[in-house]
Design a protein around this ligand. Sequence first.
Ligand code: CP3
Length: 335
Amino acid sequence: MRACRGQDVPHTPVWFMRQAGRSLPEYRKIRAGVGMLESCRRPDLVTEITLQPVRRHNVDAAVLFSDIVVPLEAAGVDLDIVAGTGPVIAEPIRTAAGLDRLRPITADDVSFVAESVRQLVGELGGTPLIGFAGAPFTLASYLIEGGPSRTYTRTKAMMYGEPELWHALLGRLAEITLTFLRTQIDAGVSAVQLFDSWAGALSEADYREFVLPHSARVLGSLAGAGVPRIHFGVGTGVLLGAIGEAGADVVGVDWRTPLDRATTLIGPERPVQGNLDPAVLFAPWEVVEREARRVLEQGRAAPGHVFNLGHGVLPDTNPDMLTRLVELVHTASAR
Ligand code: CP3
């Protein structure tokens, strides 16, 4: 939390996106026979799965086990999370009538998330819990495409061809995201991360016109909530200046942009998070160590640095590499 605020820290803190999940045998065991969305709705499972990587790796933060599509299901969308694929939407939203099926949510619709957060805060002691949500663009891309996409053709077709419907959809998604994040904050999370994972598919001009205002509304509405707001996307090199303007306290950076270059783009006043290439963990340890030291060095250009990977832990990652990386970050950055 101190690094997110640009304050002095005893060492650079580290956590990993997707630190809970298939890289851990204890996760695969507890999830056996339980669907992904079902596991997100059970506070006992959410608590155990969230704690697994904290126990094993000694990371400096826990990240709530959930998914960006959990509030969409609560909003009435018929969807599933298919292993190896991701979210799949039964009836994609491509018309005004489709948008009507997406109703606003209340805290009661996601009460299981609040219950999970309360349990976790009790168990975690001093370790912060990071809550999260999907940003309006990334959620819209799943709703419009019906699943993962490489080209975002239908998403962009609506964006360019029916801008009014587009803005109505993103406005409603911003409301849903806000309620989901406020529920987590009210229940006790220490920080929140807004995932705009697929924003890197856009040009800067389109990002500014069609996406930034909606993400900025989510982040701006939480300005007084007292928790650091982290904002992350993949492939956002050319967008980093604009993403910084969306208003988060910390900008997450993928592995393509060195952190010192990112700080030049975002502005010198904002802490950064990232950005070791998750694939580097498949190289020999000497390479991992060299790359991690480079990330630490480049992170010094910003007023605060939260060490992370440039995207989520890949499922086949050797978890011992992650444990060793946490130890290295702590010792190599000790002040
Ligand atoms: O440890 C953590 O980071 C917290 C848990 C978390 C999950 N999803 C659990 C999960 C978080 C933060 C997410 C966010 C999420 N979900 C994002 C944004 C982060 C990112 O990766 O960019 C996105 C785009 C999604 C949508 C989604 N859900 C995808 C692309 C997938 C992967 C599909 C697959 O099987 O490869 C999911 C499923 C999912 N969410 C899993 C986990 C642990 C894997 C499902 C399983 O274990 O059965």
